[in-house]
Design a protein around this ligand. Structure first.
Ligand code: SME
Length: 159
């Protein structure tokens, strides 16, 4: 590949990244607008061993980068499982974003069964999330796995 072709390829990749972020923004906004109990909806992407907040709808948070090991968001990645916390104030692992938040649901986004990111939802209502939310959001997560894989550094999982 010559230098010009490499530049074209880099440009194409950045176009896809921009489209991915645009789509994730619409995804978060749509879910927050359609579901009154979803007071904050965000997408964290796993990259270089950390979680990066790529998109959200709701109040800004200080947790734009999360080290694996910290908080409920990490737990979902490390356990590769859904975390449904009905009462965040009773869980010492919880990293607080907003005083209003009472419950939280974290849904892993996977590629080839490995977590590459997650949907994180906060609610101002205790016990907000049911198994129906878990199933619904697990299906919703599949619709964005390509975009999330592109934004993560593990988009070349072969196994
Ligand atoms: N509560 C999360 C941190 C992210 S904020 O909810 C946006 C956690 O415990 O990992």
């Amino acid at each position: 590949m010559n230098k010009n072709q490499q530049e074209q390829l880099d440009h194409l990749k950045s176009m896809v990244s921009q489209s991915a972020v645009d789509f994730l923004n619409k995804f978060c906004e749509y879910l927050a607008n359609q579901n009154p109990k979803y007071n904050w909806v965000g997408i964290y992407v796993l990259r270089n061993g950390k979680l990066f907040l790529e998109s959200f709808k709701g109040k800004p948070t200080i947790h734009t980068e999360i080290n694996l090991g910290d908080g409920l968001c990490s737990m979902a990645i490390l356990k590769n499982s859904i975390i449904n916390e009905p009462d965040v104030n009773s869980n010492s692992e919880y990293l607080a974003c907003s005083l209003e938040t009472k419950s939280e649901l974290v849904i892993p986004i996977r590629m080839k069964d490995r977590p590459i990111g997650e949907i994180d939802i906060d609610s101002d209502t205790k016990n907000a999330f049911t198994h129906k939310d878990e199933d619904f959001l697990s299906e919703a997560a599949k619709t964005i796995e390509f975009f999330v894989a592109h934004l993560s550094d593990i988009n070349d999982i072969k196994a």
